[in-house]
Design a binder for this molecule. Structure first.
Ligand code: MV4
Length: 500
């Protein structure tokens, strides 16, 4: 089907990202908005916009009938779901197709096949994709669970069959802990997913989270290397990069082939991601497949020179992907930081407010994908992602230096953000040495919540006290600054020095 107009069933930075891809592909973009998003940048950028309801997601971005009506009213032939909201609801993909529209994503059947974890594990096992040792059917009998756990060896992990994203997951370090872990995981799973089925896996210790980008049209399936996503807090990624310095070209070929096999096994089409655990011994295990465009897709775009959203649109329109030369080598290194309206000094509680000033970083090798601008109101109705700052440079070290420079240029006021936290994270020596695993922020997070800002304040106070008590006489500045203002400037200079 030749596409002319695409409705974007999403908001914020990803909606704007999709508008831009539509325009470059010669397509018109139709935005939808709740009352909270009426004056958002993505709405202005689109060729047309349809109000879909009040701010609560259930009455707007999750309202399937309203979205299908909006597509019909606006003459769109396709719907791009972005990420989150309805992106991985198989029934939505099916409903879009039943309405005679094109779903910009995989077939509903592929979403469904990956949605059930034990079913996905069976499919992967049959296809020869390595999965974590463990069960491929739910366990209901604690005695059967004990026998399987004995075979796997402790510690084991009890996981929800319907799960994903880490809910309904419990570690049992010994056989004594297993019955309790089963009960808790099952009741959590029932509450979260309406399905209490759980199964067992061997716990992989200190792994990295490495995911492979795949792209499939009706002729071929390719992979575009990996993203290193180990820096996450409570299953929310914070910083992502590509390539992963833990992945050699040979491992990339092996993981890439596994991801292609996984996608082919469920009849995948479009852009998708296979998540793997990469163990310290170099073994890797399929975890799950994300059947959508992901937040962190830009790092792959920068090192592989592809526009993944444009490829999604081409494939949905029945064209072949524009990537002709494959396999490709990654060029340089890319890092993404997620800027969120969360207050690190207040347990990362989501914050609301009006953005009173915003200065976006700029310059060579810098990309700023934002859903907000100065004057935007940040509400608590939606997730807290405000913008993504993405850099590209020749090496990981150069990319870190570029990111630190860019974060130094960023100004955002009016709403609490994780800006300072990101700055301290990018300056962390363990991060710099690539000493990453999924527990990184559990280990280092507290240090980064306080750290240099508090340290800077302490130095300012000491410097000011020294000045007041005569350590720095007139004409003698060697003892420190003479005032609180000078103390601040002095400290800033010290921090700049420590960056070099
Ligand atoms: C694991 C694991 C260790 N061993 N499975 C978390 C969310 C879900 N997608 C799978 N998860 C994990 N499964 C085994 N057998 C550790 C995690 C895990 C994790 C995985 C990826 C990224 C961040 C994580 C944080 C905590 C736990």
């Amino acid at each position: 089907m030749i596409l002319r107009r695409v409705l974007i069933a999403n908001r914020g930075e990803i909606a704007l990202r999709i508008v831009r891809a539509c325009h470059e592909e010669g397509l018109e973009a139709v935005a939808v908005y709740s009352d909270a998003d009426r004056s958002s940048p993505y709405v202005r950028a689109a060729d047309a916009a349809v109000r879909i309801g009040p701010p609560p997601p259930a009455e707007s971005y999750l309202n399937v009938d309203r979205l299908l009506d909006a597509a019909r009213e606006s003459g769109a032939e396709a719907i791009h779901p972005g990420y989150g909201f309805l992106a991985e609801r198989a029934e939505f993909a099916d409903a879009v197709e039943r309405a005679g529209l094109v779903f910009v994503g995989p077939p509903g059947s592929a979403i469904r096949a990956m949605g059930d974890k034990t079913e996905a594990r069976r499919t992967m096992q049959n296809a020869g994709v390595p999965i974590v040792p463990g069960g491929t059917e739910p366990v209901s009998d604690p005695r059967a669970a004990l026998a399987l756990a004995e075979e796997l060896g402790y510690p084991v992990l009890v996981k929800a069959s319907a799960g994903g994203g880490g809910r309904g997951m419990r570690v049992a370090a010994t056989s004594g802990e297993l019955p309790g872990a089963l009960a808790i995981a099952s009741s959590e799973a029932l509450k979260a997913f309406g399905d209490g089925a759980v199964y067992l896996e061997k716990l992989i210790e200190r792994p990295r989270h490495v995911e492979i980008q795949v792209l499939a049209d009706f002729q071929k399936t390719i992979h575009l290397g990996e993203r290193e996503c180990s820096i996450q807090r409570r299953h929310q990624k914070v910083v992502e990069e590509s390539p992963s310095l833990a992945v050699t070209p040979q491992l990339r070929r092996k993981m890439g082939q596994a991801a292609i096999t996984a996608a082919a096994a469920v009849g995948y089409r479009g852009a998708g991601t296979c998540e793997f655990l990469l163990a310290p011994d170099g073994e890797f295990y399929f975890l799950e497949m994300n059947t959508r465009i992901q937040v962190e897709h830009p790092v792959t775009e920068l090192v592989y020179s592809v526009d993944l959203v444009r490829e999604q649109l081409r494939i949905a329109g029945g064209l072949t992907m524009s990537v002709s030369e494959w396999p490709m080598q990654p060029r340089g290194h890319s890092i993404e930081c997620r800027l969120t309206s969360e207050d690190p000094s207040n347990g990362f509680l989501p914050a609301a407010g009006t953005i009173s000033s915003l200065v976006a970083p700029a310059g060579p090798g810098i990309r700023w994908d934002a859903g907000v601008e100065a004057g935007s109101e940040v509400t608590l109705h939606y997730d807290s992602l405000l913008a993504k700052l993405i850099v590209h440079a020749e090496s990981r070290g150069a990319a870190i230096r570029r990111m630190r420079r860019a974060l130094g240029e960023l100004v955002i006021t009016g709403v609490a953000t994780n800006h300072g936290f990101l700055q301290r994270l990018l300056a962390d020596p363990e991060f710099g040495r690539n000493e990453l695993d999924i527990q990184f922020l559990e280990r280092r997070g507290d240090l980064l919540v306080r750290g240099p800002d508090a340290e800077a304040d302490r130095r300012i106070a000491i410097a000011a006290a020294l000045a007041e008590h005569g350590a720095g006489q007139a004409g003698d500045r060697t003892g420190g600054p003479a005032s609180r203002e000078e103390g601040r400037a002095w400290t800033e200079a010290g921090r700049l020095d420590s960056l070099r």
